[in-house]
Design a protein. Structure first.
Length: 323
């Protein structure tokens, strides 16, 4: 439990970086950032795949199809929605909407995986979920005040950014549940190998997406200079850094956590990503979070700590009660 929690903490520390990427490249289309990030991830995965080729050969056709699905929805589509949301609504609002993932995943996993993981009793889980929800509400309220203080705020853009962030929530509710299904069904397989397999599966998808975007921009006579934009060196370096850290190392850490923790509990630990993303966003703003944001963060942490004290009801007991 402790080791799984530490892996989830490290994954959140790394994944928080992806929330500031779109803010550092505001003139770059979100689609280009998505395919660029995962093209870098796929290229980075190639030498890792060569080193791990013996284990990768043990994966069957069904495993590779699953890796493609996870890569398409949990990687490319998720980051497309997230980057688009951040460019339209700024960093904090999408971060807070993504921050609902611990609640959404915990509820989904508790309904879906009780027979496999054991059930976290609703009565004991409810205070934790309530604390997390209150924390998110506090931070959202603080951001709404910030928005209302802006005289030239584009409310339609913020609204669209919010909708796109909800799309990202849907993608990343599906991803950890399906990813955990595969890892639990293959306890003899290395999480490192599975992370590398997803990187290899992402490469052709990202390459096709990159070429399709380039052709579309050429056909529509877009003034954006392809293939790497106006800040080519900066773009390539940032995509490579995010591709290595957030995509491969972060996925590896999350896979390690997923093998050690019940899915409902692991889902709540995604709150670490929200906390670190907020920290990075306010560092980029050059200002400290307001008091209400600090209160919200404290509530989020309290909710996670509460959840860690809950022991799942064994699967056998759940099955007996269902019968």
């Amino acid at each position: 439990m402790l080791l799984g929690t530490l892996y989830a903490l490290l994954a959140g520390l790394i994944w928080g970086l992806v929330f500031v990427g779109p803010l550092l490249l505001p003139e770059y289309p979100a689609a280009l950032q998505s395919v660029g990030r995962y093209l870098a991830f796929g290229l980075i995965a190639l030498p890792l795949a060569w080193l791990d080729r013996k284990a990768l050969r043990q994966l069957g056709r069904a495993d590779w199809i699953e890796a493609l699905k996870l890569s398409l929805i949990g990687n490319l589509l998720y980051y497309l929605c997230l980057a688009s949301a951040i460019q339209r609504a700024g960093g904090p609002l999408p971060t807070m909407i993504i921050g609902t993932l611990p609640v959404v995943i915990a509820i989904s996993a508790n309904l879906r995986n009780a027979r496999r993981d054991g059930r976290l009793p609703w009565a004991r889980l409810a205070p934790s979920l309530l604390l997390i929800a209150l924390g998110i509400a506090c931070v959202n309220r603080a951001e709404l005040r910030e928005l209302q203080a802006q005289t030239h705020a584009d409310l339609r853009s913020y609204a669209l950014g919010g909708l796109l962030a909800f799309g990202a929530v849907i993608c990343w509710t599906w991803y950890p549940l399906r990813n955990a299904d595969w890892l639990r069904a293959h306890p003899d397989r290395s999480p490192r190998t599975w992370a590398t397999a997803q990187g290899v599966a992402t490469l052709p998808l990202a390459l096709i997406g990159y070429l399709a975007l380039w052709l579309y921009m050429s056909a529509t006579h877009s003034p954006f200079p392809m293939p790497f934009g106006p800040r080519a060196g900066y773009f390539i370096a940032l995509m490579a850094a995010i591709g290595l850290l957030a995509s491969w190392v972060g996925t590896l850490c999350w896979n390690e956590a997923s093998q050690r923790l019940p899915t409902a509990l692991a889902g709540q630990l995604i709150v670490f990503e929200t906390l670190f993303a907020l920290t990075y966003a306010f560092m980029l703003r050059g200002q400290a979070p307001p008091t209400l944001t600090f209160i919200g963060i404290a509530l989020l942490v309290a909710g996670v700590l509460w959840a860690l004290r809950i022991k799942p009801v064994p699967p056998e007991t759940v099955a007996e009660r269902a019968a």
